[in-house]
Design a protein around this ligand. Sequence first.
Ligand code: NIG
Ligand code: FE
Length: 419
Amino acid sequence: MVKPVWIKHASQLATLVHEKAGPRVKEAMRELGIIEDGSVWLENGIIKAVGTTNELQTKYADRATEADIIDATGHLVTPGLVDPHTHVAFGGSREREFEMRLEGATYMEIMNAGGGIHATTSMTRAATEDELVIQTSKRLDSFLSHGVTTVEGKSGYGLDLETELKQLRVMKRLQMEHPVDIVPTFMGAHAVPTEYKAREEEYVDLIVNEMIPIVGKEKLAKFNDVFCEVGVFTPEQSERILEAGKLHGLIPKIHADEIEPYEGAELAAKVGAISAEHLLKASDKGIQAMAEQGVIACLLPATALYLRETAARGRMMIDAGVPVAISTDCNPGSSPTTSMPLVMNLACISMRLTPAESLCAATFNAACAIQMEDKVGSLEVGKQADLVLWNIKNYQELQYLFGVNHVKTVWKKGVKVVG
Ligand code: NIG
Ligand code: FE
C-alpha cells in the first residue's frame, strides 16, 4: 500500500481549475486558479482534496500520521506537465544533420536527399522492438525529470505496415512499463518512403486501405496525424487520409503550415481536427477558421528555434480566440529536446505568451489537445495525482529563470518518481 501524500504550505498551488469546461481561450488562459498557502491530499493515485492548508488541516487532522507530509513552504506546485506532440519512439540519432544545417543545407534539402525523416526511418526499421523500448524509455525518463508526466507519441518512422505497428506496440508496452502516460498517434503519413518515390498516390492508398484499418481495429492509436507540407502530402491527400482515419475511430491531427503556407490550418478546421501543429506560416483566414471551430493550435517554439525560423504567431492566435497548447515536438531532427520548461520559456520569448498563458498551454490546454483533460492537466478532486513541486516560489519564475531545470519532486499517480 502506498502511503497518502499530504502537500502543505505551497507558496502557490497553480490548480488550473476554471469554471468553464473545455480548452481555454483568451483571458481564461491567464486564470490559473492559484491558491496561496495551498495544500493537496493524494491517495490511491488520485487527488482527494485541494484547498488552502487551513482547509485541509481541518479535514485531515485525524489522519495526519498516516501520510507522507511534504512541507512545500516557498515552493510552486503545479499539475504534471503534458506534452501533446512528440515523436518519441524512434531509433538512432541525427547529430550530423545538425552540423549540415549549420553548414548551409536546409531541412527539406536533407530530407529530399534521403536524410531527415528517411534516415530515422531506416534506423527505426533496423531496431528491434526491445531496442526501441529501451531507447524510448530513456527519453521518457528525461521527460519525467523535466516535470512531464503525460506525452503524446507518434509513429511515422516506419512508413511500412510492419514498422508502423512496431512503433505503436513499443508505445503500448511503455504505457504498461513506464510511469509516464503515453497517448499514441498513428502517423504513417509522416513522409512518402523512398521506395514509393514518384508513386505517392500508391503510398496514400496503402495508408488508407491497409494501415489505417489495422491500426483502428487493433486500437493501437487514438489520433491520426499527417505532415501536410509542400513536397510531402498535399492538402487533398491529407484530407483523404484524415477522413479515412475518422471512419476507423482515429481523431485527426495535422502538421500544418510548418515550412511553407499550404492552407493546413484551413484544412484542420474543415476536417474537424482536434489540433493543428506548428502553424509557423498559417494564414489569417486559417487562424480565424480554427478559432471558429475550436481547433487547438499546438505550437512548437523549440522547433522554430532549432530550424532558425520565426516562431508561430502565438500572441495573435490567443487574441483571435484560438485555444493554444505548446509542446516539445521531441524528435531526432527538428527538435531533439524533452524539456517542456524550455518550451514554456520560448513560448514567452518568441511568441509573446505571458507566463500564465504558457503554463496553461503546457498543462490544461495540452491535455485537451490529446483528450486527456478528464484525467490530467489540472489539480482537481478525482483526477490523477500527477504533480510537480518546483524549486521556485511562483509561476512567473518558472519562465523567468530560463535554461535551468527547476524540478524538485514529481508524483505520478500519487507515487514519487523524481526527487
Ligand atoms: O514535427 N515536421 C515533420 N515532422 C517532425 C520532424 C521529424 C524529423 O525531422 O525527424 C516535426 O518537426
Ligand atoms: Fe512533429
